[in-house]
Write a protein that binds this ligand. Structure first.
Ligand SMILES: Cc1cc2nc3c(=O)[nH]c(=O)nc-3n(C[C@H](O)[C@H](O)[C@H](O)COP(=O)(O)O)c2cc1C
Length: 193
C-alpha cells in the first residue's frame, strides 16, 4: 500500500489557534491511516505580504520557498482555517499566493497545487464554525488545480470545543475529522496506487 504524503497547516498565525489544534488532530488521524504528514505553522514561515517588486528583487522568501517545496513534494493537503469576515484569512491567502509563484522559467505552472487533493476544515467560536470561509477557499483551490473533497468538518463554539490537551470534547466531531482524513488518504491511495 502506498504511503501518501500530506502537508497540513492552519490559516491562522496565533499561538493558541483553534485551527492549529484542528490541523494537528487531522494530521494525527492521517498518520494513523498510514500517511506521512508534515505540519507547517505559517507563523514560523514569517511570510511577508506578497509584493511583486519584492519577488522581482529577491525571489521567493525562504519561508515561501519552503512551503512551496513541501507542497510540491506532497500528494495532499489538510487545511484548517478560520473565516475572517466570512472569507479566507489574509495569512492563508498570502501563503497560497506565494506558493503559486514559479521560481524557474521551465517550472510547470502552479506546481505546488496541480494534481493535489485537499481536505478542508474550520473552527470558530461562532455558530457556523467558519463554514463560509471554506466556500471561498474551495473556489481558490479549484482555480489553482486542487481537488477539494466534498466533505468537510466545521467546529462551532471552538472556544469550548477542545480539551486542555487539544482533543475535541465531542466524540462525534472527532469521528468526523477521522472520516474526512480517511477519505483523503483513501483517495490519494486510489490516485497513486
Ligand atoms: C479580522 C477578524 C474577522 C473575523 N471574522 C469572523 C467571521 O466572519 N466569522 C467567524 O465565525 N469568526 C470570525 N472571527 C473570529 C475568529 O473565528 C476567531 O478569532 C478564531 O478564533 C480565529 O481562529 P483561530 O482560533 O484558529 O486563530 C474573526 C476574527 C478576526 C480577527
Amino acid at each position: 500500500m502506498s504511503q501518501p504524503k500530506i502537508v497540513a497547516f492552519a490559516g491562522s498565525l496565533r499561538a493558541g489557534s483553534y485551527n492549529k489544534k484542528l490541523a494537528a488532530l487531522a494530521a494525527e488521524a492521517a498518520r494513523a491511516e498510514g500517511a506521512e504528514v508534515v505540519v507547517v505553522d505559517l507563523r514560523d514561515l514569517a511570510l511577508p505580504l506578497f509584493d511583486e517588486d519584492l519577488e522581482a528583487a529577491t525571489g521567493l522568501p525562504e519561508g515561501a520557498a519552503k512551503l512551496k517545496a513541501l507542497m510540491r513534494d506532497s500528494d495532499g493537503l489538510i487545511i484548517a482555517s478560520p473565516e475572517y469576515n466570512s472569507s479566507v484569512t489574509a495569512a492563508l491567502k498570502n501563503a497560497l499566493d506565494w506558493a503559486s509563484r514559479a521560481e524557474a522559467k521551465d517550472e510547470p505552472p502552479l506546481a505546488a497545487f496541480r494534481g493535489k487533493v485537499a481536505a478542508l476544515c474550520s473552527a470558530s467560536p461562532g455558530a457556523l464554525g467558519g463554514l463560509r470561509g471554506l466556500v471561498t477557499l474551495r473556489s481558490i483551490l479549484g482555480n489553482v488545480g486542487v481537488l477539494s473533497l466534498p466533505d468537510q468538518v466545521c467546529i462551532p463554539a471552538a472556544h469550548e470545543a477542545f480539551t486542555d490537551d487539544g482533543r475535541l470534547k465531542d466524540e462525534r466531531k472527532t469521528r468526523q475529522v477521522s472520516a474526512l482524513v480517511n477519505h483523503l488518504v483513501g483517495t490519494l491511495r486510489k490516485l497513486n496506487p
